[in-house]
Design a protein around this ligand. Structure first.
Ligand code: SF4
Ligand code: SF4
Length: 354
């Protein structure tokens, strides 16, 4: 039986296919303008030469920012839960994860079983993301895949006071014009990103073992800087960029086997050029009381039984791409409605990100 995991990121789409307990196929392709087409192409690329097709997948889970737009996925699960799951498969002792992706950076604290305990996300600013490094590589006219080694070659990193994408770019150009070596500029930027990442990690607490996932974990210079700043040698999967897709494939396998979904934070919504809007339901905390369904003036929730037959709040599929239009935000909703999904949800199972 084949199980598919697909992670549609802002820069790359990643696929992991598992056959029973083994990873049988993988693929990484660039994300195109249409998530649905990208998803199909990525899965077909992974299955190429295996004699199998998308219709052979027993269960598929999508994650990543484009996860709600994968037509052949049975469900979607937040990348935070999927990265925790994927890292746990590689490193069951990991308690702290830094996921460095194309457009955001997340610090995740997990228990020994891969269950998310806490997370914090930097997604408002490009600093410290793949997008930021691409931009700086462009300024320095250096291929992206070489910037980590370039940083490692530095003997005198330049001090950067900011990782704000706009200011850092200007500073980098200024240093370049003054004749500062590219390696020293790049090392300074890696240092600044590492400091910022450690500050993010401290907010969820740094506990041994520490793992890094995401495409930036392929950058040896960044991994070295993070090891220095965190004070722990990071654990790295063979391909850290595939960790989220692997976690999705593992969830797909569990779901097919009827495993009771443990605590999972399921995010509904979207992130695109116009901004982002997510409603997150923590299924471990949700008691299925239905209060959010009753109180929501935008009528976005309904109760749905999970694999164990327990009612859980879900966001209706037809509302997921227009949440920002339908929901005025928790504060505005409370002011006009006298209550909102947060105020009636005693266990605190609902979160908003916008
Ligand atoms: S109010 Fe909270 S606990 Fe009740 S169904 Fe909604 S999300 Fe679940
Ligand atoms: S904040 Fe209000 S409108 Fe928005 S999802 Fe919650 S209850 Fe619905």
């Amino acid at each position: 039986m084949l199980f598919g995991g697909i992670d549609i990121g802002s820069r790359a789409a990643k696929v992991v296919v598992m056959e029973d307990d083994q990873v049988s196929a993988t693929a990484i392709i660039d994300t195109g303008p249409e998530s649905a087409k990208t998803a199909r192409k990525a899965m077909e690329t992974a299955l190429e030469g295996t004699g199998r097709s998308i219709s052979d997948l027993g269960h598929t889970v999508a994650t990543g920012y484009g996860r709600v737009l994968v037509p052949f996925a049975n469900e979607n699960i937040s990348e935070i839960s999927c990265h925790a799951k994927g890292i746990n498969w590689h490193f069951p002792t990991a308690k702290t994860i830094l996921d460095m992706g194309g457009q955001d950076c997340k610090a995740i604290s997990v228990n020994g079983g891969g269950r998310v305990e806490n997370f914090i996300m930097n997604d408002k600013c490009a600093g410290g993301t793949g997008r930021f490094l691409e931009m700086i590589a462009d300024v320095l006219n250096t291929p992206l895949e070489e910037i980590g080694d370039l940083a490692l070659a530095s003997r005198g990193p330049i001090l950067f006071n900011t990782v704000c994408a706009v200011f850092a770019r200007t500073e980098a150009i200024k240093h370049l014009r003054k004749g500062v070596k590219k390696a020293d500029i790049m090392a300074g930027l890696h240092e600044a990103i590492a400091v910022r990442s450690v500050n993010l990690l401290k907010r969820v607490s740094i506990r041994k073992d520490f793992a890094i996932s995401g495409g930036i974990a392929k950058n040896a210079g960044m991994v070295r800087k993070l090891a220095e700043k965190v004070g722990l040698e990071p654990l790295l999967a063979d391909d850290p960029q595939l960790v989220g897709a692997l976690g999705a494939a593992l969830f797909a396998r569990e779901r097919h086997r009827g495993a009771r979904p443990g605590g999972m934070k399921i995010q509904y919504g979207y992130s695109d050029g116009t901004g982002e809007y997510f409603v997150t339901v923590d299924t471990a905390l949700c008691t299925g009381c239905g209060e959010c369904v009753e109180v929501c003036p935008a009528d976005i929730f309904r109760l749905e039984p999970n694999d164990a037959g327990e009612d859980k709040a879900v966001v209706k599929a037809e509302t997921r791409k227009k949440l920002a239009v339908l929901c005025p935000g928790a504060d505005a909703c409370l002011a006009s409605n006298g209550a909102n999904c947060h105020s009636v949800c005693e266990p605190g199972a609902v979160e908003h990100t916008w």
